[in-house]
Design a protein around this ligand. Structure first.
Ligand SMILES: Cc1cc2nc3c(=O)[nH]c(=O)nc-3n(C[C@H](O)[C@H](O)[C@H](O)COP(=O)(O)OP(=O)(O)OC[C@H]3O[C@@H](n4cnc5c(N)ncnc54)[C@H](O)[C@@H]3O)c2cc1C
Length: 508
């Protein structure tokens, strides 16, 4: 009997436990389904669709090399499964676990019901440090470390299975211009990771926070992780090997790779939050913040923020950069979110949707917890109100980035670039080619701070906050569990790991 491998956000053949399991069992039926209803959701976009399409083509090529065609279908997954079952019977589905949005969660429930009704066994495997049905955060970091230290799963040498017809690769009509979008597919993902670990990442720790330098020194692997072109475990392991190679050097690599490993751990840490509490896509983590900001946004303010027309130069530069590239570094994502939530007093659900669409790497499990954290609605993080003028001065001291994305301000002298309203020549530009700021940056931040802190006083707030901390906060000792070079220092295990990972196609 056939075993159906359902590819979702795991578009690779390497380190793919379900594919290897199916290959060991016999006849393999690899399936990818483009779900039209998913691509109508408010958190998705054409840039993501195009990236997925390219990654699926790459996956199809890899499967062809292994001897079987990818079956590509367009439709509702349950309908597709029923149709395939009537042409090529299968009694098992294997896939990776997915921590997605509420739509994919409900879709998976429907698939599970269909499996029960049709005597099909559906087996799901983990592909990251995220743990299903986790019983509390104590010990989580150690579990993650154990997962990351396991050998990456090798590509099955040859596959056999039925030859089923595919639908043509679809397209969607959504207006979304992203001229500098990253291109999908494992081949490109590997080369981007390789260039980061070999050369681009040397000053990562020092230069990651500026959107200008960050563009080149950040790894840029996020969309490849989101859609599974790269597996988190192979990235962790190949980085560990590189860490061993640079040990003892003093040229920036040691600190940069340590920071990179920490961020890979953050990835799982954040996704685990959504896995443990799916409601945080729609509800404030701390209930005291419900209703703090109007659910119906001020549409003019929202539109100005979305299009990079707030009149606050560094905010507009970052938003325009994001709209055009589909990517932004962490510090600037935080700033955009904080300005929307504090200075502009917009509800995170609305602004979070805009950012979700604009990020090619949209990963619900990182996105929604981060959106809430930067909006101060978690009850467990300190209130961090970024000052966009100071950020502009710190992260773009020469103004090169701001001028590139807000060319209307080319003539403004450096001293006033982040606050052009203070410049004597302002009336030539502001209100003509570039808007006046839509809020007073200092006053709006102060007003927001007061409103947010007013809610945080009192025992009731603290009682709920302590429960949230217990459930979601990282444990102090978790640093010990980052997978570091010392974990694969020497001996047989290390040699095996190195050999294993090098087979993935990395060559330092
Ligand atoms: C409001 C907001 C929304 C975000 N939404 C997303 C999202 O939808 N998808 C997404 O991948 N990242 C998201 N991030 C996290 C982070 O900004 C991006 O992962 C990072 O900028 C991607 O670029 P990179 O791959 O070059 O990252 P690098 O700095 O090179 O880091 C390597 C990897 O570590 C992980 N990572 C890095 N920073 C974080 C972080 N702060 N939290 C969790 N994981 C992290 C990512 O997988 C990233 O690819 C968000 C951050 C904020 C503040």
């Amino acid at each position: 009997m056939n075993c159906l491998v359902w590819f979702k956000r795991d578009l690779r053949v390497t380190d793919h436990t379900p594919l290897a399991a199916a290959a060991a069992r016999g006849s393999v039926l690899p399936l990818y389904v483009f779900e039209p209803k998913y691509w109508e959701l408010p958190d998705v976009s054409k840039r993501q669709f195009d990236f997925v399409n390219e990654s699926v083509s790459d996956l199809a090529e890899n499967l062809r090399d292994l001897g079987i065609p990818l079956v590509l279908r367009v439709g509702n997954v349950v309908d597709v499964l029923s149709d395939i079952k009537s042409n090529a019977p299968f009694d098992q589905i294997v896939s990776h676990e997915e921590t997605g949005n509420s739509w994919t969660f409900n879709r998976d429930n429907e698939v599970a019901m269909w499996c029960r009704a049709n005597a099909v066994r559906w087996e799901e495997f983990s592909q990251s440090g995220v743990v299903r049905r986790l019983n509390g955060r104590d010990g989580w970091a150690a579990q993650r470390k154990n997962f990351m230290l396991k050998e990456v799963v090798q590509i099955p040498s040859i596959l056999k299975g039925p030859n089923l017809k595919s639908d043509p690769q679809p397209n969607i009509k959504i207006n979304d211009s992203c001229p500098q979008r990253q291109i999908g597919g494992r081949k490109i993902g590997l080369s981007i990771l390789g260039s980061f670990l070999k050369s681009r990442g040397q000053t990562y720790r020092k230069d990651m926070s500026s959107p200008d330098t960050g563009e080149a020194v950040c790894s840029r692997i996020s969309p490849y992780l989101t859609y599974g072109c790269l597996s988190p475990r192979e990235v962790v392991q190949v980085t560990s090997i590189r860490q061993r190679e640079v040990r003892g050097t003093r040229d920036g690599w040691v600190g940069s790779l340590k920071s990179f490993q920490a961020r890979l751990a953050w990835r799982d840490h954040f996704i685990q939050k959504l896995e443990d509490q799916p409601t945080l896509e729609h509800c404030c983590l701390h209930s005291a913040y419900e209703g703090l900001r109007p659910i119906e946004p001020n549409s003019t303010t929202l539109a100005a923020w979305q299009s990079g027309e707030t009149g606050i130069p560094f905010v507009d530069a970052c938003m325009r950069f994001l709209n055009s590239t589909g990517w932004l570094n962490f510090r600037m994502r935080s700033m955009l979110m904080a300005v929307a939530s504090y200075h502009l007093w917009l509800d995170w659900r609305v602004t979070g949707l805009h950012l979700a669409q604009k990020f090619t790497d949209f990963e619900p499990g990182i996105h929604w917890p981060q959106v809430q954290m930067q909006s101060g609605t978690t009850g467990m993080n300190t209130v961090r109100i970024y000052n966009p003028i100071k950020q502009g001065l710190d992260q773009d001291p020469t103004g090169i980035f701001t001028r590139r994305w807000v060319p209307e301000l080319t003539a403004v002298p450096n001293l006033y670039l982040q606050e052009p309203w203070r410049w004597t020549g302002a009336n030539q530009v502001l209100g003509h080619s570039y808007p006046m700021p839509i809020v007073d940056v200092a006053l709006s931040a102060r007003a927001a701070r007061e409103k947010v802190w007013a809610l945080r006083r009192g025992n009731e707030f603290n009682f709920e906050a302590s429960k949230i901390i217990k459930k979601h906060a990282s444990r102090k000792d978790s640093q010990r569990y980052f997978v570091r070079d010392k974990n694969i220092k020497s001996g047989k295990k290390s040699a095996k790991l190195s050999q294993n990972v090098r087979q993935l196609g990395f060559d330092f």
